[in-house]
Design a protein around this ligand. Sequence first.
Ligand SMILES: *Cc1c(COP(=O)(O)O)cnc(C)c1O
Length: 471
Amino acid sequence: MRYLSTRGDPERRRFCEILLEGLAPDGGLYLPEHYPQVDAATLSRWRGLAYADLAFEVLSLYIDDIPAADLKAICARTYTAEIFGTAEIVPLRELEDGVYLEALSNGPTLAFKDMAMQMLGNLFEYELARRGEELNILGATSGDTGSAAEYAMRGKKGVRVFMTSPDGRMSAFQQAQMFSLQDPNIHNLAINGVFDDCQDIVKAVSGDLAFKRKYRIGTVNSINWARLLAQVVYYFAGYFQATSSEDRQVSFAVPSGNFGNVCAGHVARMMGLPIRQLVVATNENDVLDEFFRTGVYRVRSAADTHETSSPSMDISKASNFERFVFDLLGRDAARTRSLFETELGRAGLFDLGRDPAFAHAAEKFGFVSSRSTHADRLATIRDTDARYATLIDTHTADGLKAAREHLVPGVPMIVLETALPIKFAGTIVEALGREPDRPARFEGIEALPKRVVKLPAEVDAIKAYIAQHCD
Ligand SMILES: *Cc1c(COP(=O)(O)O)cnc(C)c1O
């Protein structure tokens, strides 16, 4: 399998060449040259597999530069009951007739990002050891991504993590999750500023090519192809649990921000998994809902990006969206480049509303969308608690509300549960008047010793810290 860039760079790369990279050199995103096809006989064979074995089957269609035995061992090491809480890894439960919740949030940080990040941690360690190289991951987080990255990379050989976060602006639980890690290769940098300051610093440091090369700076952002690939697996696992034969279709409702999760669903569908609809659920930050309703993709300014009670979906632009547009336009790299580079740069938007390709988004690719508000989330959380004695988090509530707007009789609808309610306890208290349950292993974490360094919001301060802690 070779990988290409959505913006037309003629070079083709192998999996391990793009594993440690973010964007392609031309600013595009990596995609496989083609989607391997999975027929009914193969699906039927995969149906009975344990999650780690299913992961190996899916990944090995895209990775041919890691020996099969090694890849198999990496999958077996990653998807264990010990790390993900159950033998099923992503257990499915029926909430009401035809509507299911797929649990993706029982990993170390209680959000679905662990599903991909744990795999990434093991792939990084493997590949770095093979090359005899080291990598220093620099990131910015306001919550979920940073903790998922730290729990995936803790103790990994050859990898250090420098994670910036806005000092005092994460929830007490999120701070405790990250700052209680005592692993010497994990560095929490609390920046005297807001999240945007952290992101600007990361951009500035990564933009200094000499520094980047000297200190081998890398990232783990959501555009990384390996992360997306790992997420494809749980669409298959959800399908098998909701159906009993390969002639059935299912739909998925996906709480969406950067379009990574639902893009993995798109890849699964392109491989031939019988998915009827992919329901893109957004909150008040409805960049994606606007596109799927109108064909207009309009990125938002910082002032126009709302802080909501489903904060992991608070985005101004959807960094993975270019992958889908590339497929939507028949893989026309020149057009993709002109939309994302020229038009977005010039006007902050592009409009495919009158383009015949846009009609395909629903028809041929199965995409539909919905938007929800804070009031919708509260109502959905209350209703799900009252009727089913099931507590869901604010992001999953966005997904469930969207799912109900797109039900098709006879087609199971699987809502992806992207986080556990304890991560967003404030809104649960607002909805229900009580605190959500806390998994036993997180009991009292706020009182644990914290390993964090406070730094000013200055690029040079962060560079100096990295330089000092790189040997
Ligand atoms: C990251 C995240 C999302 C959004 O996922 P994307 O892949 O960015 O679309 C939704 N819910 C939770 C809880 C998240 O952490």
